[in-house]
Write a protein that binds this ligand. Structure first.
Ligand SMILES: [Ca+2]
Ligand SMILES: [Ca+2]
Ligand SMILES: [Ca+2]
Ligand SMILES: [Ca+2]
Length: 226
């Protein structure tokens, strides 16, 4: 009887000892990460890299944010006029804003970055002026080739376009027919002149802004000689 009891006690002791070892190991395994998260009191930082403070904007607007943290940025939110509007959980942090859904005039943008421990960091305020009624057309010019140039093979057509708010696209017309569109600067086109007859052809470009205004055309004449 005594023998059995002492055997049971020693078994229980062994089991308790093993349990303690397991608990100890799991604490060793898990404690460092728990400790890290609990001690991350360093908030992330955020800044709006585009648009610039004071920018006048129209149409669709891309808001670019850079964010960093001593551990890891988990998400960035965009606040428009102090209200949480958009969420991006993956770098790069970009937000598409339809400015037509905002009233005309002044609005504030703030980016708020979060880390895994729940710390947050706000960017400086960027003020924008929404002006979707702007009526100033963009300007555009063909910078190369030169008017009257003789060309062959693949031809690169460079243009320069600017607007008081933002250029949305430049379109290329060859002999009066629409051929290409470029929606981001630099505004540049490639055409294979082998698909054109030898001789004289007219190249024309027009720029469009985000409010829908259209530039005067820029026109040159080239001579194809393949
Ligand atoms: Ca942190
Ligand atoms: Ca993203
Ligand atoms: Ca304009
Ligand atoms: Ca381009």
């Amino acid at each position: 009887m005594n023998k059995t009891l002492s055997k049971n006690v020693s078994l229980r002791e062994k089991a308790t000892g093993l349990f303690a070892v397991l608990v100890g190991m799991s604490l060793l395994l898990f404690q460092p990460s728990v400790a890290l998260a609990a001690h991350d009191s360093e908030p992330p930082t955020a800044s709006i890299t585009s648009p610039a403070n004071g920018a006048t904007v129209a149409g669709s607007l891309m808001v670019d944010v850079s964010a960093s943290d001593d551990a890891k940025v988990t998400k960035v939110r965009l606040l428009v006029d102090g209200e949480l509007k958009k969420l991006d959980e993956t770098s790069p942090y970009k937000f598409y804003l339809n400015t037509r859904l905002l009233s005309e005039g002044s609005h504030s943008l703030v980016a708020r970055a979060y880390d895994a421990a729940g710390n947050t960091g706000n960017s400086s305020v960027v003020m924008i002026t929404v002006d979707n009624n702007e009526s100033v057309p963009p300007t555009v010019s063909i910078t190369s080739p030169m008017n009257g140039a003789t060309v062959s093979g693949t031809l690169m057509i460079n243009t320069f376009a600017e607007d008081n708010v933002r250029v949305s696209k430049v379109r290329l017309f060859v002999d009066g027919k629409f051929r290409r569109v470029d929606r981001s600067a630099p505004y540049r086109f490639f055409i294979n002149t082998k698909f054109l007859s030898n001789g004289s052809h007219v190249l024309r470009v027009r720029a469009y802004d985000t409010a829908g205004n259209i530039s005067e055309p820029s026109t040159i004449t080239i001579t194809v000689e393949n």
